[in-house]
Design a protein around this ligand. Sequence first.
Ligand code: FRU
Length: 444
Amino acid sequence: MANRMEPDRAARSPPQWTRSQAAGIERTDETVAPIVYPPDSEIDPDVHLWDTWLLRTRDGSIAEIDGYRVIFSLTAPSDLLPGTRHDVATIRYFYSSDGRNWTCGGPVFPEGTAFGSRQWAGSALYDDDRLFLFYTAAGSRDEDDLSYTQRIAVGAGGRIAADENGVSIAGPFEHEILLEPDGEYYEREDQSRGMIYTFRDPWFFEDPRSGETCLLFEANTPIPDPEGEDRFDADPAALDFNGSVGIAVSPSGDPTDWTLEPPLLEGAGTNQELERPHVVVQDGSYYLFVSSHEHTFAPGITGYDALYGFVANSLRGEYAPLNDSGLVVTNPERAPFQTYSWLAYPHRDEILVSSFFNYYDLQGLSLDDVAYLPPAEQQRRFGGTLAPTLRLAAENAETRILGTLEHGHLPIADEDLPPLLSTFVDDGSGTESGDGYDDGTASH
Ligand code: FRU
């Protein structure tokens, strides 16, 4: 279970994603991805698939299991309405020898063995021939009514092997609750006043500079008395939106032993949900990425469903929003919910960004409106598979979409990418977007 850290580090005041920074969020040529069309074939037509992460080693490299790379995804049976998928989320694994064609290996954990009534996003570490699957335990295992309690858990010690039939994962996994909110750095459920609190999405990271072993996660900052608060540049009502990026460290490097530390970043007064936080280190800069939604911004701020990012010169540095506002990748105005839950990882001098194909062809409907469509229409307009991977350039505090790869194409380190085209393609959204598309997205 989590201990608390020594007091001097606790004195640090986390950098903020302020309202005035976020007020500058605006679609630009550099940040708008091209329109996504349904792929010729889905990764697995039997399941809806959304949040996805790669199996990686301690230093962040993509793990290779006898020539296969492995991803883990939240999944739900595809005959369920997509809006209900979070209530039954199950982590399945998929493997591929070419990073394009994926085979489902099935659920990672036997039914009823993991914590939670369902499991939400996490990360996966392959270390010393052992698999550590960090996940969010949402609710409690045998609850009759779904609750939204979130705890950070691990299934530790599993085995992964490949043979002529592909990749298989075998237990036993030792499940353990690793972290719960402490109520001081991280809001507990009973302290939350606004939208549903968050304490989820653990992401394993070893800092290449210090060697420190870390677990990042999505959380909220406790603000028990908004009227008496002078730490934040926001009026009291906005402070119900209090998302943060949390961090715990493991001084011994043991991936099952964590100590909570103060957040890396707070968005108090700005946004409620800084989802799936993760870091890419490139040219000595620490790029911290989160996903967030249009509807989780505090009143008065117009944001999008998008990948947001911040840069600092060290893991606990003074994060500044990328592109001034924090906006890194978003969907075109006429398809604002087409992708979500982005995951960035380095590839040579680029950053690749994967996400899932979410709701499309909504013709102006909001995500709330979708629930009122006839069931068949809800199904038709939900992608439920991986989206085209984006190629991104980052230089200091600026980023630019360079192009896309195919749906679900996840290259590993030594893979050559197609040359980038030099002409810009107009995708019809009224906003020019990057070049170098190799999947025909611009031709539909
Ligand atoms: C993002 C997310 C994650 C969460 C999961 C639940 O898409 O909200 O934060 O773990 O979805 O399905």
